[in-house]
Design a protein around this ligand. Structure first.
Ligand SMILES: [Zn+2]
Length: 348
């Protein structure tokens, strides 16, 4: 079997003075390993658009919620925290630009200390936040600093952080296609596109509770140890990252693009194809090297790719009658646009 090489292994090799030419030529490189090789071969230049600086998961300075108001104020206005605020504003701008948030919806939080988090304010569009709009809270949700009031949904973010010590950032928004699955109560099917299997995985649905309540936070946190992206029934999506706020945001792009593709593919008139369980095993191995949780790691092949509950609400089959008559309202330039609903009992 071909060896899988992660960015960490390449970094270790370089640190020991090794040569990247010594890496096996048939190796499979993880996406971040490929980035690192590219960077190395291009004298440190970064590929693609500029990426946001990584957010440290450890306390940035020795400030706690019990520190004096002056110390907290100094921390809140420090250059380190300003850099994190800029990252949060940038992620908010991307959420808005991609229509993942509406009105003042959506919220973002970043762990910035032992018992401290930076979060977005309530009643502000995520597309137009300024660094000074952000709030500093303790992990119980008490606001410590900030002119604007913290988001009402902060408890959910903090409950994820308290439950998953590795979670350094959380993002919540309402991307339409993924939210459609959450409204329909349908878990997105698996084994269709590699990207989501590696960076996200199987996405569960947390039951509906009123947004902002501790019960909502608990139901999401119950799923967060095993899943980095969770659909919230009749509401939206929340994700967490052990790397950075940008990485938590990437999971939103991945789940939304995936749900959009599945919805479109389900209308094309043929059953959707999946890749094999052996192929999924390969992806899960890559995922393990990246340190991303997945409850399927270690499962037997027969337990993977289980899409028993996947029932597309519509299928693109052309009703036989229309085919025989060879025309009618469903024909448009010779292409049938009719979408037949699935037989009764199969749609959910
Ligand atoms: Zn929401």
């Amino acid at each position: 079997m071909k060896p899988i090489i992660s960015a960490k292994e390449i970094e270790d090799l370089l640190r020991k003075g090794g040569d990247i030419k010594s890496l096996p030529s048939d190796a499979i490189f993880t996406p971040s390993a490929r980035d690192l090789l590219w960077e190395f071969e291009n004298n440190g230049a970064r590929p693609g658009p500029a990426t946001l600086e990584r957010t440290p998961g450890k306390p940035m300075v020795a400030v706690t919620p019990a520190s004096s108001p002056a110390q907290l104020e100094a921390f809140f206005n420090s250059p380190e925290l300003h850099a994190v605020k800029l990252q949060v504003c940038e992620v908010g701008r991307r959420l808005w630009a991609r229509a993942y948030v509406d009105g003042n919806g959506g919220n973002i939080a970043v762990r910035v200390g032992e018992n401290l988090a930076l979060c977005t304010p309530t009643l502000v569009s995520k597309g137009f936040m300024k660094p000074e709009d952000l709030c500093l809270v303790d992990l119980e949700g008490n606001q410590l600093i900030g002119e604007k009031k913290r988001t009402s949904e902060i408890l959910m973010h903090l409950q994820i952080m308290k439950r998953v010590s590795r979670a350094v950032a959380t993002v919540h928004c309402h991307p339409p296609h993924a939210t459609a699955f959450a409204v329909a109560g349908v878990e997105p099917p698996t084994c269709m596109i590699p990207e989501i299997e590696v960076f996200v995985g199987k996405v569960p649905i947390a039951p509906y509770r009123t947004p902002g309540t501790p019960e909502m936070g608990k139901l999401v946190a119950d799923l967060a140890e095993q899943h980095n992206t969770i659909l919230m029934a009749n509401h939206g999506v929340v994700s967490w990252s052990h790397v950075s706020v940008e990485d938590a945001y990437f999971k939103m792009e991945i789940i939304e693009a995936y749900c959009r593709t599945v919805v479109v593919a389900a209308q094309l008139g043929t059953p959707l194809k999946t890749f094999s369980q052996t192929h999924l095993q390969d992806l899960l191995k890559i995922k393990q090297t990246l340190g991303i949780p997945d409850p399927r790691i270690g499962l037997k092949e027969c337990e993977l790719c289980n899409n028993d509950e996947w029932r597309p609400g519509v299928i693109g089959a052309v009703p036989p009658k229309q085919l025989e008559s060879g025309g009618g309202e469903s024909e448009l330039d010779g292409v049938s646009v009719s979408v037949a609903t699935a037989p009764e009992g199969t749609s959910e």
